[in-house]
Write a protein that binds this ligand. Structure first.
Ligand code: NAP
Length: 290
């Protein structure tokens, strides 16, 4: 990525361009895998129910698979399907040698026990990286597919040459898909990590100390420029709809934050596009490619 002068503020961490570069690399990896082993990576998506948002996400993932030369398939169940039907579908995909990776699109309908269904995905095909086994491997420092959005945040920092080791990192949010795994990934890279959440008093006392600040909250513009350390790296995973405003708004107030932060992700175009790129890379690796 571009070389940045020391002391420059407000450098954009461009997730759109970075994910595009990654997709080009992945497309080369797919071609190489086909030539060397005769294998085409195949992502199987499980879609349960009829949530329009999930439909959109799954369609977008299928389109991206096609763009990098991968196969994708969609496996649907109705919104009244039983736990056993859902688990049986995942088990059949586990056993299918033509499927490299499995993505169970979540959230699942409320009557289903989501963790149990996610845990049915065999670790070798868990390209979404959010099963108990994959998260346990992350804690143990064992190889597993990393959870896509947290891994996308780390990849973006690494591609921009942002040092993690020895830095103070603060993660705001402790969800199992985002806050906790990104905190663990930062810890595994030798950052000193603090996790904040809705019961953290005086949030700004923590965020102002952060060399690396990850916002994973889901509250529009909760973090303002005055809460950010000068020159820090600010990674905003938030996507929030705000009435009367067009498009999505991050958890960070971008205009005030960019005047203080050294590096900052825009919303949209920051963390968001990295998620699918990581999913594609995990799928390529699940198929035996690099
Ligand atoms: P979530 O499950 O709702 O978790 C939100 C976390 O934020 C919780 O840990 C909560 O604390 C904490 N929190 C809430 N209000 C807070 C406050 N005022 N101060 C400090 N912490 C507070 O959300 P999520 O699934 O992690 O998603 C977070 C955001 O990332 C959302 O905007 C979502 O749309 C976005 N997201 C983006 C991507 C992507 O870019 N591809 C992927 C996933 C999610 P408690 O634990 O105490 O309740």
């Amino acid at each position: 990525m571009t070389k940045v002068e020391v002391g420059t503020l407000g450098v954009l961490l461009d997730g759109t361009a970075t994910s595009k570069a990654m997709r080009l690399e992945i497309a080369v990896g797919v071609k190489r895998l086909q030539a060397e082993k005769g294998v085409t990576p195949h992502l199987a998506a499980v879609l349960i129910g009829n949530s329009p948002a999930s439909e959109t996400y799954v369609a977008m993932k299928a389109r991206m698979c096609e763009r990098v030369g991968m196969l994708s398939s969609l496996h649907r169940l109705g919104d009244t399907c039983s736990q056993a039907e859902a688990e049986d579908l995942v088990s059949r995909l586990n056993a299918n040698p033509e499927v490299s990776g499995i993505l169970v699109q979540h959230p699942l309908p409320k009557h289903l026990h989501e963790p149990a269904i996610l845990d049915c995905v065999t670790p070798a095909k868990d390209v979404d990286g959010i099963s108990t086994g994959s998260l346990g491997a992350l804690i143990n420092g064992e190889p597993a597919f990393p959870s896509c959005t947290p891994a996308g945040i780390i990849e973006l920092m690494e591609r921009y040459g942002i040092a993690i080791e020895g830095k103070r990192a603060v993660v705001v949010g402790r969800s199992i898909i985002l806050g906790k795994p990104v905190a663990m990934m930062l810890l595994n890279r030798n950052a000193t990590v603090t996790i904040c959440h809705s019961r953290t008093p005086n949030l700004a006392d923590y965020t102002r100390e952060a060399d690396i600040l990850v916002a994973a909250v889901g509250r529009a513009e909760l973090i303002t420029g005055s809460m950010i350390k000068r020159g820090s790296a600010v990674l905003d995973a938030g996507y929030n709809r705000v009435e009367g405003r067009q498009g999505d708004v991050g958890d960070v107030e971008f205009e005030t934050a960019r005047q203080v932060a050294g590096y900052i992700t825009p919303v949209p175009g920051g963390v968001g596009p990295m998620t699918i790129a990581m999913l594609l890379r995990n799928t390529l690796r699940a198929a035996g490619g690099e």
